[in-house]
Write a new protein. Structure first.
Length: 71
């Protein structure tokens, strides 16, 4: 599982993201968490001149690491 969130998410999802990460980790499942300090909720592909602008690159790296991008 790949999880990405922002600490300043106005829906308060940051703690839930951390808890979900921990549950998957304890279940010995592949999991990666990226928690950004700023980005709010739903930063998606919108450019904000923040580190969240590059979350999709981290996701692609994770997909490759998991073997999902191999032909």
């Amino acid at each position: 599982m790949f999880i990405v969130a922002a600490t300043d998410d106005n829906l308060g999802l940051a703690p839930d993201s951390v808890a979900l990460y921990e549950k998957w980790r304890l279940a010995n499942k592949s999991v990666e968490l990226h928690m950004y300090a700023k980005g709010g909720h739903g930063f998606g592909m919108r450019k904000n001149n923040l580190p969240t602008d590059h979350w999709i690159d981290r996701f692609a790296e994770w997909l490759d690491l998991q073997g999902f991008l191999k032909k």
